[in-house]
Design a protein around this ligand. Structure first.
Ligand SMILES: [Zn+2]
Length: 262
C-alpha cells in the first residue's frame, strides 16, 4: 500500500500503452478551461471507483494503482502533473513529508456513532496507526472522566492517492484555483493524515460538531478547551493554530501525534 513510484511502469505495461502521457502546465491561480475539462472528466471516471469505497470505508486506503487504473492516457498525464505539484510551487510554506513508505500497523478505529439532531448516525470507518489509536483511547478515557463525553475520529489515516483524489474533488468548489484549494486541502505528501510518523486526527464531537461544517462551534466546545489543556500529555499537538506561519487555515479540530513522554 505504501509503494512509492513503482506504479507507473506497471500500469503502463499492463495497459499496453506506448504513448507518453501529456504533461500539463497547470495554471495554479485558476486552471485553464482545457485543464478544468480534463479534471471534470477525471472526477467522472473515478466516481464509480470511489463510490463503493466511500460506502464501505476503504476509500482512505486507496492505492496509486487503483487511482490510475481506469484513466485514459490524457487523464493519467493530468494526474501526473497534479501529483508532481509541491506546496513550494504555490508559494506555500507547508511542509513536504514525502510519501510514506513504511509499515504503519494501520488498525481500524471501530464503529463510531454520533447523535445528529438526536438521531444515531454512524461515522465512516477510520484507520489509525496502532500506537496512535492506543494514545487516543487513553486520552478519551480521561476526557470522559472529566467531561462526561469524548471526541470521535472523523478522519484519521488517508493514503496519498486518496489525498490527491480529495484535492481534485475540492478544486472545483474553490473556483479551480490550485492555490486556493491548497489552503484547505493538502497536496499528497503534505498531509499529516497520510504520514503515520506524525499521524493527524480530525475530531468530531458526539453531537456531530466538526471542523468542516462548524468551525466556530467546534472552537467553543468544552472538548476543545480540554484538548488545549491536556492533549500534549497524551502526545497530541494542535497542528494549525490561528495565524500559523504555514498559511493554513486555523483548524482547531486537527491534531497530530508526536508521541508521549511517558
Ligand atoms: Zn485534518
Amino acid at each position: 500500500m505504501f509503494r512509492r513510484a513503482r506504479w507507473l511502469p506497471e500500469v503502463v505495461a499492463a495497459a499496453g500503452l506506448v504513448v507518453s502521457p501529456q504533461a500539463w502546465a497547470l495554471n495554479v491561480e485558476r486552471l485553464e478551461p482545457a485543464e478544468q475539462a480534463v479534471m471534470e472528466s477525471l472526477l467522472s471516471t473515478l466516481e464509480p471507483v470511489l463510490a463503493p469505497k466511500k460506502a464501505d470505508g476503504t476509500a482512505v486506503l486507496l492505492t496509486w494503482e487503483e487511482l490510475y487504473a481506469p484513466l485514459s492516457p490524457e487523464q493519467r498525464g493530468f494526474l501526473d502533473s497534479m501529483r508532481a505539484l509541491r506546496g513550494a510551487d504555490l508559494g506555500a510554506t507547508s511542509h513536504y513529508f514525502g510519501l510514506f513508505d513504511g509499515d504503519a500497523a494501520l488498525t481500524p478505529v471501530g464503529p463510531q456513532t454520533i447523535l445528529k439532531n438526536g438521531v444515531p448516525t454512524p461515522l465512516d470507518p477510520q484507520h489509525l496507526p496502532r500506537v496512535v489509536l492506543a494514545a487516543y483511547q487513553r486520552m478519551m478515557e480521561t476526557m470522559r472522566q472529566d467531561l462526561g463525553k469524548g471526541l470521535l475520529v472523523e478522519s484519521g489515516y488517508r493514503s496519498s492517492a486518496y489525498q490527491l483524489y480529495l484535492f481534485l474533488y475540492y478544486a472545483p468548489k474553490h473556483g479551480y484555483s490550485i492555490r486556493e484549494t491548497n489552503r484547505f486541502v493538502a497536496l499528497p505528501g503534505h498531509s499529516e493524515h497520510g504520514h503515520p510518523p506524525r499521524q493527524a486526527i480530525d475530531f468530531i464531537n458526539e453531537a456531530g460538531i466538526n471542523g468542516e461544517d462548524h468551525p466556530e462551534e467546534f472552537e467553543a466546545l468544552p472538548e476543545y478547551a480540554w484538548l488545549q489543556a491536556h492533549a500534549r500529555t497524551y502526545g497530541f499537538v494542535l497542528s494549525y493554530p490561528r495565524d500559523n506561519p504555514h498559511h493554513t487555515a486555523f483548524e482547531p479540530w486537527h491534531w497530530h501525534y508526536e508521541g508521549s513522554s511517558d
